[in-house]
Design a protein around this ligand. Structure first.
Ligand code: ADP
Length: 457
């Protein structure tokens, strides 16, 4: 109603503007008796009628332009451009529409470009391997990438930061960043949930238009694995030096005795020479094991490609080790599979695996017992199980047995000529073959070490 009355008054104004000058001239002529009142009315009407039609025509043309503009605004990225098929009238409608079309194309290009940039940024944010949290001005998590969901084990991450991270040093750094204070942007701390994790957090502020719009980005870097590796390296060097130092000290001591007080004691010579030989072979065994371990680690990523029959490898190993078994008063038995178990493998490394496992079976089993080696194979997997009837291993030790230098009883292992590296070597070779080592043990009954390897299809 208001619209149509507004339209009416505007039209009236337009008609008045067109007719008033004609009316003034006509009234002036009427006063001079040059024309009559009828002629005055006719002149005013002659001016008002074209003004009425002109006004309506202009309004119609403007409405057409507005209609097209509205359509373009509603779908700025739509491809179709039908803006030029309007008819030209009193106004340069087509020129106007053409200009609008150019603006629209430029705008569309900008929008498409902005959208693709936003898509790239979102993808990058999601793909970043480190967990990232974006905090709003009230310290609430507004965005979190896939790595963050993984890190916190949560499908949704929302609410205050302290629901996820509450280390005082980090919160201090976050508060300082909100206040725009200069502090170290790297905070290192430990998180103790189910497992303890070492984390480095980087806090960066994103300045908004207003001071209150300040947002923060927290990037987390999980240092647990690298810290563990560094610790392992330190432990490894300490353990290896310790293992070498003991036999070396015995050797030096024996030499000093032979060169000093026992110089002329023939009986002592024999005892000390035997001791020196045992300690030298212990050192040489340790160095051999260390070298093979590092050699295996170098190649661990490349899976062997030769085809190996597991039965042949196991048979070869038992033939060599049988004499040692006899010396210890023990026997080795083998159960071979009906079908040859063919796998992709390195036969020298696999021999080392079975030598170490059978040798452990002989070393840690009861006197006069038997070590049983059985090979089973189905279409997918071959299993070689080495079962002894020894003292067994307590469950708490099982997860750590394949660590370098880990022994249940160090003195016993050294006495039996062990280096503490045998199972570590086994683990790395089996993992190079994309297999698994399974350990089952019952204290007082014995242990079974099973090597599972994928069959060569
Ligand atoms: P080691 O040279 O000491 O035998 P390994 O790495 O081969 O080193 O084995 C690590 C430890 O695991 C051994 O010291 C021993 O305590 C335990 N172990 C390995 N095999 C057996 C087994 N068959 N029975 C009982 N304990 C075993």
């Amino acid at each position: 109603m208001t619209d149509s009355s507004g339209y009416f008054w505007k039209m009236l104004m337009f008609i008045l503007i067109a007719t008033v000058p004609v009316g003034i001239v006509a009234v002036w002529l009427l006063n001079d008796d040059k024309i009559e009142i009828n002629t005055v009315l006719l002149l005013v009407l002659a001016a008002a009628l074209p003004a009425y039609f002109l006004y309506n025509r202009l309004v119609k043309e403007i409405l057409v332009v507005l209609g097209k503009m509205e359509k373009a605004v509603q779908s700025p990225t739509m491809e179709s451009d039908d803006v030029t098929n309007a008819r030209d009238g009193f106004l340069p409608v087509n020129d106007l529409l053409l200009m609008m079309q150019q603006y629209r194309r430029a705008l569309r290009r900008m929008l498409v470009e902005a959208k693709s940039r936003q898509d790239d940024a979102t993808m990058l944010f999601e793909m970043l391997p480190d967990p990232i949290l974006v905090l709003d001005e009230k310290r609430r998590v507004s965005q979190a990438n896939a790595a963050a969901h993984n890190f916190f084990g949560a499908e949704t991450i929302e609410g205050d930061l302290t629901s996820y991270l509450r280390h005082p040093n980090l919160l201090k750094a976050v508060d300082a960043a909100y206040k725009g204070q200069e502090v170290s942007d790297r905070v290192e701390f430990r998180m103790s949930d189910v497992v303890t994790r070492h984390v480095a957090a980087y806090v960066v502020s994103l300045d908004g238009e207003e001071e209150e719009d300040k947002r923060l980005i927290i990037t987390l870097h999980d240092l647990t694995a690298s810290k563990k590796m560094a610790q392992m390296r330190v432990d490894f060097v300490a353990n290896a030096s310790h293992e070498l130092r003991t036999p070396l000290a015995i050797l030096v001591g024996a030499l000093e005795t032979l060169m000093g007080p026992a110089r002329d004691d023939k009986q002592a010579h024999e005892r000390f020479f035997a001791m020196m030989q045992a300690q030298s072979s212990r050192m040489s065994q340790l160095i051999d094991d260390l070298l093979s371990l590092s050699q295996i680690e170098i190649n661990e990523h490349s899976r062997p490609s030769d085809t190996v029959n597991l039965a042949d490898v196991v048979q070869g190993v038992t033939d060599l080790i049988r004499t040692r078994a006899c010396d210890l008063g023990k026997t080795i038995s083998i159960d071979l599979p009906a079908q040859p178990a063919l796998i992709a493998g390195d036969s020298d490394q696999l021999s080392q695996v079975f030598t170490n496992l059978i040798d452990n079976g002989l070393k840690y089993s009861k006197p006069n017992s038997e070590v049983r080696v059985s090979i089973l194979a189905d279409g997918k997997e071959a299993r070689v199980a080495i079962k002894d009837s020894g003292e067994g291993i307590e469950e708490s030790h099982l997860p750590r047995l394949t660590e370098r230098f880990y022994r249940v009883d160090s003195d016993r292992s050294r006495e039996l000529g062990g280096t503490g590296l045998g199972l570590a070597i086994v683990k790395h070779i089996v993992s190079r073959h994309r297999g698994q080592l399974e350990i089952e043990s019952v204290v007082g009954e014995g242990s079974t070490f099973t090597v599972k390897l994928p069959i060569n299809s």
